[in-house]
Design a protein around this ligand. Structure first.
Ligand code: ZN
Ligand code: ZN
Length: 355
């Protein structure tokens, strides 16, 4: 028996990508490892826009997106020991994995080849996963995170994807005192990257072309703000940065990637977390671009439960809070439009208005 009715704001017609209609849907079959959650908050992620506009390929229909979910546990399966009814929890961009493979057994369950995305994925029972612009969701306990009492739900929501997506590479690649870390693109993800990297003790270099954001970025704690519209902005920083986390999700053949790489210190890493539409590959690079500093290019995809728990502890201990705007879930169309137009400062969080 489910304690909640499953319905949400769904895409029904891709030609009207942000005109979402309230629709009921069938949840996955409840399993012994599952946690059922009544949703109170859901952040609006760029992935939602890429999916709704069909930029990452044709989506299933009808489809409820949203994967920055906070709510209260309404039901737990027999194998769930960590959570009980009433607990406040979060769910991010993944909702299940095989729990058998090498990544799953190495605390890299977010890299499981059989992982199930929070929406637009198919469960083994054939049901399509539906996201967080909805009343409720079911998730495997490994993909459910307990929210510390000190962090309000409105603040925790966007940590579930945006926060975790940048926290994971910052941690993996050694962000801490004595390290110089560059953050490229200060939007939803980038603003978190600045906040986390500062809280982790690094010297933070924020790269943006948007002059209107520079005052905010200073308040977020960036030590240096670099205007990428300025000619040769990269030259004074040659051989400086230990790590660049790039949140850009738009690339063109003339994106000056080799200029960015030239700013890395020896064996420095350029990690991209932004995923552009399918027709926008990274610009081509000549091996010369790696020769002067032995730099590396890589990617990172959300984070594991271990990363999520670490991140929440950092937020709790260092009192890190995101810059968000709240609105009721029925205004999701407007929120999506503003995310697409790059007008959000710096993340929208939708509050539940369905019952
Ligand atoms: Zn996301
Ligand atoms: Zn697996």
């Amino acid at each position: 028996m489910s304690a909640v009715e499953f319905k949400g704001y769904a895409l029904t017609d891709p030609s009207r990508w942000n005109d979402l209609k309230v629709s009921s849907f069938q949840p996955k079959t409840f399993a012994p490892d599952d946690v059922e959650i009544a949703i109170t908050h859901c952040g609006v992620c760029g992935s939602d826009v890429h999916t709704l506009t069909q930029g990452w390929g044709e989506s299933k229909l009808p489809l409820v997106v949203g994967h920055e979910i906070i709510g209260h546990v309404t039901r737990v399966g027999d194998k769930v020991k960590e959570f009980k009814k009433g607990d406040r929890v979060g769910v991010g961009a993944k909702i299940g994995s095989c729990m058998q493979c090498r990544p799953c057994k190495s605390d890299y369950e977010n890299y499981c080849p059989k992982s199930i995305s929070t929406y637009n994925s198919e469960y083994p029972d054939g049901v399509v996963s539906q996201g967080g612009y909805a009343t409720a969701i079911r998730a495997h306990q490994q993909f459910v995170f307990p929210i510390p009492d000190e962090i309000e739900s409105r603040d925790a929501a966007s940590m579930m994807c945006a926060g975790l997506t940048v926290y994971s590479p910052l941690k993996t690649y050694g962000t801490g005192p004595g390290k110089k870390v560059g953050i490229m693109g200060i939007g939803g993800l980038g603003h978190y990257a600045v906040l986390w990297a500062k809280a982790m003790g690094a010297e933070v270099y924020a790269f943006t072309h948007d002059k209107s954001k520079m005052g905010d970025i200073k308040k977020m704690g960036a030590d240096h703000i670099i205007n990428t519209e300025e000619k040769d902005f990269f030259k004074p920083l040659a051989n400086t940065l230990d790590l660049i986390v790039s949140t850009r999700d738009v690339f063109s053949p003339d994106t000056p990637l080799s200029d960015y790489l030239s700013m890395l210190f020896v064996h420095g890493k350029f990690i991209t977390v932004g995923i552009p539409d399918a027709n926008q590959p990274l610009p081509s690079l000549h091996p010369f671009s790696f020769a002067s500093n032995g730099c590396l290019i890589g990617g990172s995809s959300i984070g594991s439960k271990k990363d999520a728990l670490d991140m929440l502890e950092l937020a709790r201990k260092k009192n890190v809070r995101p810059w968000i705007e709240e609105m009721p879930m029925k205004d999701v169309g407007k929120a999506l439009q503003n995310v697409k137009a790059n007008k959000v400062r710096y993340r929208y969080v939708l509050t539940q208005d369905l019952n």
